[in-house]
Structures are given as structure tokens and as C-alpha cells.
Design a protein around this ligand. Structure first.
Ligand SMILES: Nc1ncnc2c1ncn2[C@@H]1O[C@H](COP(=O)(O)OP(=O)(O)O)[C@@H](O)[C@H]1O
Ligand SMILES: [Mg+2]
Length: 400
């Protein structure tokens, strides 16, 4: 059952929304007003029946008020899909996305088109709700929901961290739209922006030193067409020195309060900025190439973090660029590492192409065996995964 609420004094728009909602399961509650209350509680406390999934703001509401309202809804009721009826100019669309509006509809849209927007908004609200960690699973001290922090790491460069991190983000964006942020912690030579074809004005340099309340944080993020956000590396590698590890740790903490998934792409090795995030990370994805130095490097990395008691709760070992012609086998890799490989990604001809185009494989529906492996990796972050039979958690990976 989906539940809808509408705020508008525009009778014509209300009529079309009523028609649209009539053919969908769930009830519609309308507030006839051409203004928004100062507090979202004034609306939420008046809702009757089950909690709502989709909130629609009519075209007669001022955009400034709508965005402020959306930010508060996003922070306190993050699963609710908020739709605003306004002409989607590029500027307005950007402000809308930043504020937490999940969709814009044209004020004159017919009921059929409104229906498909409502349907999609309800589906994404349902999946966000399903992806939210169950209450009580996070430390008692945190009153608000807490996102899953996934660090993608490897001791060596060029093994596929950025490729994998960006694809995880795009894949999770389908499970939790607008609730995924990818952070580029390769502060000197980060290329998340290029992998996602973004050219953001603001970067992690601004974010790590500015105010970190929900509203300010969103202004540092670059929205990506796959319904995810990116916090990109500084444009100038020299700026990396201006960013303190404490600033990064604080930033990640604030992002985790607002987003369901925080994917951290990292620089090779165990730099101080990466270490500063690890005690908050719930997951680490270890990326290993199919060559002896890469495997040995990963083994040392695991040992060092183990000694430092800094290993996050969930470990995912990915063997990337797997190829039978390397002279070593999956079994060799596992024997050296001393831990099982969870996901094998075959060497692919298309991946370098998608890197160069700035379009992740999972964005453009690439047909390539590597996509199956990427999906398998993303499945490991679904909320239901941990409830699976634990024998399967580290089931032996395989590849041809
Ligand atoms: N499975 C794969 N098969 C073929 N090429 C790959 C694969 N994974 C990554 N690559 C390519 O390797 C290069 C380096 O990957 P990248 O993700 O930038 O590595 P890192 O972030 O670890 O330095 C990129 O051009 C990328 O497209
Ligand atoms: Mg990289």
C-alpha cells in the first residue's frame, strides 16, 4: 500500500493528482493551502492512517519554501519521496535535488503522466524503507538512522578501486535513490569526477572545512543523473595538504547521518585520511589484482589493520581483472591471502572504455560478463544480505 499526501490550493492540479492516485493502491490525503507551515511537524502530525510514502507539493507553493521544507523532510523522514510541481529549469532542478526533492513534475502534466511519477516515487520510497538499517542495530547513542559506510581499498594503484567504487554507488543508487553519496578520498589524484563525467564547482576541500549541517552538506555535493551524489577530490593536488584527517572523519560522520550509503574511494595504501575513516566504516571492499605483488600487498594490508584492530565489520574481497593467462589461480590467491575471495571480476575489454567515456558500466546497461560480478558485489550490501545463511557469506567464488 502506498500513501500519498498533497499540499496545494490549486484545484485543477489537485483534481489531476486525485485522478492519478485513484488508479494506484493507497489513499491520498490533501491539505488545501497555498503556503507551507514553518515546521514539517504541522503536516506530519495531521496525517491520518499509515505513514506516508509520497508527499506532493503543488505548483502554487513558493520554491524557496518548498526547498526548505524538502530539506527538513529529507533529514527527518528520509524514506518519503517528495515531489514538487514546478517548471524544471536547470537551476531549479539543481536546487531541488540539493534540497532533497526527489522528483519535479511539470505543473500542467496530465493525470496519466502524474500517475507514473507517483508510482515511481512510491516504489523508491518502499525500497528506501527496506534499505534502512533496522532500528536498534546501530549504537544506542545515535538517535537518527546511520548509513552504511563502504571503503573501497587496495595497497596498490590501478587495480580497479575507482571503477568498482563508482559502480557500487550507481548500483546502490537503484536500491536507494538520492540516498547514496560517493566520496573521493584519493585527495591528490582522485578521478571519481572523471569516472562519472562530473565537473563540480565545490569539492571535498570545501566540505571538510565548512559547516557540516544537512543543508550546507548538500551544497558541496554534485548530483549525478543516476540519482546519486558525489563529493569529488580537489581540482589541485596541492590542496590535499589543506585537508585534515579529523576534518574527513567529521565529514563522513555527518554524511552517514543523512545518507543510507557512503561509498569511499581511496588512494592506494593506508594513508592517514583513509585510516581516519576506517573506524567508522561498516564495510571494506578489498580490491586485488591477479598478480603476486597485488596479492602480497593485500595480505600485508589485512595483517596491519588486524593488528591495529581497525578492520571494519564486513569484509568483501574482490579479485579484479581475473584472467586465466596470468599464471596464478584463484586458489593460489586465496591460499596466499588466507581468506576467501568473495567476488571475481573478469578482465573486461569494455571497462576501460566506460572509464574513458565517464559512464560506469552499471549506468548504461553494458552487456559484459563483468556486470554479473558487479551486481553480485552490490547484492552484498542489500539490507537482507546479512540475514542469509552465514555459510554462504564467503561461498567460494569462481570464474571461467
Ligand atoms: N575488470 C577489469 N577489466 C579491465 N579493465 C579494468 C577492470 N577493472 C578496471 N579496469 C581498468 O583499469 C584502469 C584502472 O582502474 P581504476 O579503477 O582507475 O583503478 P584504481 O582506482 O585502483 O587506480 C581503468 O582504465 C579501468 O577501466
Ligand atoms: Mg582510483
Amino acid at each position: 500500500m502506498s500513501r500519498f499526501a498533497l499540499i496545494t490550493a490549486d484545484a485543477d492540479f489537485e483534481h489531476r493528482i486525485r485522478l492519478a492516485a485513484a488508479s494506484l493502491p493507497g489513499a491520498l490525503q490533501t491539505f488545501q493551502a497555498n503556503f507551507l507551515p514553518a515546521s514539517i511537524d504541522d503536516v506530519f502530525n495531521q496525517l491520518v492512517g499509515e505513514p506516508i510514502e509520497v508527499l506532493i507539493l503543488g505548483p502554487d507553493l513558493r520554491s524557496d519554501d518548498a526547498f526548505k521544507f524538502a530539506t527538513a523532510v529529507d533529514a527527518r523522514h528520509p524514506h518519503v519521496s517528495l515531489i514538487y510541481a514546478a517548471q524544471p529549469t536547470p537551476d531549479l532542478a539543481l536546487s531541488a535535488m540539493r534540497s532533497g526533492v526527489r522528483d519535479l513534475v511539470i505543473p500542467t502534466a496530465d493525470s496519466e503522466s502524474l500517475r507514473s511519477h507517483l508510482e515511481q516515487a512510491a516504489a523508491s520510497a518502499t525500497s528506501r524503507l527496506a534499505a534502512a538499517p533496522p532500528i536498534g542495530t546501530i549504537g544506542d547513542e545515535s538517535e537518527h538512522a546511520h548509513g552504511r559506510i563502504i571503503a573501497v581499498m587496495s595497497p596498490k594503484g590501478g587495480v580497479g578501486k575507482t571503477t568498482i567504487a563508482t559502480n557500487i554507488a550507481v548500483g546502490l543508487g537503484k536500491i536507494a535513490p538520492m540516498s547514496v553519496v560517493i566520496v573521493d578520498l584519493d585527495l591528490q589524484f582522485g578521478d571519481v569526477a572523471s569516472a562519472l563525467m562530473l565537473n563540480p564547482e565545490r569539492t571535498i576541500l570545501d566540505a571538510a572545512s565548512g559547516p557540516m549541517d544537512s543543508l550546507s552538506l548538500k551544497t558541496y555535493l554534485a548530483p549525478h543523473p543516476t540519482n546519486i551524489y558525489a563529493l569529488c577530490a580537489p581540482r589541485n593536488p596541492a590542496d590535499a595538504d589543506k585537508i585534515s584527517p579529523d576534518g574527513i572523519a567529521e565529514l563522513i560522520k555527518h554524511l552517514a547521518a543523512d545518507f543510507q550509503y557512503i561509498i569511499i574511494d581511496t588512494s592506494p595504501g593506508l594513508g592517514e585520511h583513509v585510516l581516519a575513516t576506517l573506524d567508522q566504516a561498516s564495510d571494506v571492499v578489498w580490491v586485488c589484482g591477479m598478480d603476486i605483488p597485488s596479492v602480497r600487498g593485500l595480505k600485508s594490508g589485512l595483517e596491519i589493520l588486524n593488528e591495529l584492530h581497525m578492520l571494519p565489520e564486513h569484509r568483501h574481497v574482490v579479485l579484479n581483472m581475473a584472467d586465466r593467462r596470468t599464471g596464478i589461480t584463484l586458489q593460489d590467491v586465496e591460499a596466499t591471502l588466507g581468506v576467501p575471495v568473495d567476488v571475481v571480476l573478469p578482465r573486461s575489454r569494455s571497462l576501460p572504455l566506460s572509464t574513458n567515456r565517464g559512464v560506469p558500466a552499471l549506468q548504461d546497461g553494458l552487456r559484459d560478463p563483468v556486470v554479473k560480478g558487479l551486481r553480485k558485489l552490490i547484492d552484498r550490501f542489500r539490507p537482507q544480505w546479512d540475514n542469509r545463511d552465514h555459510k554462504q557469506l564467503h561461498r567460494r567464488a569462481d570464474f571461467q
